[in-house]
Design a protein around this ligand. Structure first.
Ligand SMILES: C[S@@+](CC[C@H](N)C(=O)[O-])C[C@H]1O[C@@H](n2cnc3c(N)ncnc32)[C@H](O)[C@@H]1O
Length: 480
């Protein structure tokens, strides 16, 4: 069928081309596009959003649909009819929101090509979507403003290389986010069945924005911005941005600064935030600053982080604090924050678990394929340095996971902290690949308190009460 005829028939009949062999055509591009169209991040988030509002749909069902995604590259879906029907309904509503009357059905999604779907999408709604293989719209028909967005780049940061990490016996956690596959591997990790922290954190943030701690801060105080420390969670960014837009109806521009050391993570988050804000027609109300910067040293970033004379909320979600040197982190935020600023810190706590119990719980969390993929990038650099590529996959099978006293092993500054330590033997030496720390709650609060951040609220996740958003207020005079 010619390109032109195919396009015309899709538009005339509203049906996509039928095809009986192979998997779902262009499934990869379709998945990417649906993520952008529905403002979701990762597969679990996407499937949950499609089933949104249906309390009969369990976590297991969502996981089962996500688990089938891979197989749909190879053969057509044998089950999950309900998912495709729901997706079709949601797409029909989506098109209507874009002022296009069109009835989509499950077959169209399963049998049509991505190019056919793309051709149906009005031009103004295509921003951020993967381009089709054929029928490229002339560039001047796309909304190019998105591409002109500046990224502010630090002049000072330096990253420890994998070779240096090998020498010191511990890899810099930033290395995991500095390769082109980082955003994809991160998404695989948050989609993994054993790794629910992303959603626990998002749920607790959604609750936080309804509390008076948050609403009073933005309604009553001279505050108009948020500084998000780390990408990798654009759906959380959207929760915060939408809340701020609602709380500040009279402010022309709210300020949202997104700081990440990795251009890959930064851009992946930016694309979803930008296209969603455009779709809901509020983009012009958000001053979105993307900074390729080290948040452990924000030297020179002040003007891009906040407006002079205004308070902001600093946010470090997702348990990232547990991968960092807490002293450097608090010092860095203290240097750029002012009295009255909020600091929201998402952290996993120990609860009343003993070491042995934690070992059991955490072993599950880190023993799966998505986690192996996540650590593969920096690990490859080490092997590359050693010219020992042959043993690489063997070593992956011998990753060692320990649960240790964080303070004693130098992974945390805070007494009572328990750290997961993932390591591997390289040339008879232990190299720590990654650490992740859980806190003794009161100790974390005391540690922050000594660095001028006073606790004002704690919001626990309902799914996992050990994951908490700690909300602090900066109480000391500016110190830089
Ligand atoms: C664990 S991931 C994403 C966490 C995510 N924000 C969430 O809520 O689930 C951590 C992110 O922080 C970024 N990051 C880590 N250390 C950083 C640093 N020192 N400065 C800036 N960004 C950093 C990484 O590049 C990555 O995008």
């Amino acid at each position: 069928m010619s390109k032109q005829r195919r396009g015309r028939s899709a538009r005339q009949t509203g049906a996509f081309r039928e095809s009986n062999k192979g998997g779902i055509p262009d499934w990869d591009k379709k998945r990417q596009a649906f993520g952008i169209m529905f403002g979701t991040y990762g597969e679990k988030d996407f499937v949950a959003t499609i089933f949104d509002g249906d309390s009969n749909v369990s976590e297991e069902r969502i996981t089962s649909v996500v688990g089938s995604f891979k197989s749909w590259y190879i053969h057509k879906p044998q089950s999950h009819k309900e998912f495709f029907n729901r997706l079709a309904e949601r797409l029909t509503v989506w098109f209507k929101q874009q002022n296009k009357e069109l009835i989509i059905n499950g077959r169209m999604i399963i049998d049509g090509t991505y190019d056919e779907l793309y051709a149906l999408i009005p031009k103004h709604a295509r921003v951020g979507l993967p381009l089709p293989a054929f029928d490229h719209s002339p560039q001047d028909e796309l909304d190019l403003e998105a591409i002109e967005h500046p990224v502010w780049v630090s002049r000072t940061y330096s990253i420890e290389t994998a070779r240096e990490g090998l020498k010191s016996g511990k890899l810099d956690q930033r290395l995991y986010y500095l390769n082109p596959d980082s955003a994809d591997y991160w998404k695989q990790l948050i989609d993994a069945e054993q790794y629910n922290q992303f959603f626990e954190c998002k749920e607790a943030l959604e609750f936080l924005v309804s509390t008076t701690t948050w609403t009073d801060f933005f309604k009553e105080q001279n505050s108009d911005g948020i500084v998000m420390l780390g990408g990798g969670s654009p759906t959380k960014d959207l929760v915060l941005i939408k809340s701020l837009l609602t709380l500040k109806p009279d402010v022309e521009h709210i300020h949202y600064a997104l700081v990440d050391i990795s251009q890959y993570m930064l851009m992946s988050a930016f694309r979803l935030i930008d296209s969603t804000l455009r779709r809901i027609q509020v983009r012009s109300r958000v001053q979105l600053n993307t900074l390729c910067w080290d948040f452990m040293d924000l030297l020179g970033a002040r003007k891009r982080l906040r407006r002079e004379g205004k308070n902001v909320a600093w946010v470090l979600p997702g348990g990232t604090i547990g991968n960092l040197d807490e002293l450097r982190f608090f010092n860095s935020v203290a240097a750029k924050s002012v009295p009255g600023d909020l600091l929201v810190l998402g952290a996993e706590t120990r609860g009343s678990h003993t070491f042995e119990e934690l070992r059991e719980i955490l072993a599950n969390k880190y023993r799966h394929e998505a986690f192996r993929n996540f650590i593969i990038g920096p690990l490859k650099s080490i092997w590359h340095n050693l010219d020992d590529a042959k043993s690489f996959h063997g070593a992956l099978d011998h990753l060692k996971m320990d649960v240790v006293d964080g303070l004693e092993f130098g992974h945390s500054r805070i007494p009572g902290a328990v750290s997961v330590e993932i390591s591997v033997e390289v040339a008879n030496r232990k190299v720590v690949l990654l650490t992740s720390t859980r806190y003794e709650e009161q100790q974390l609060i005391d540690y922050a308190g000594k660095r001028s951040f006073e606790l004002v609220n704690i919001i626990a996740s309902k799914r996992n009460p050990e994951f908490k958003q700690f909300v602090f207020k900066q109480g000391s005079p500016r110190n830089d």
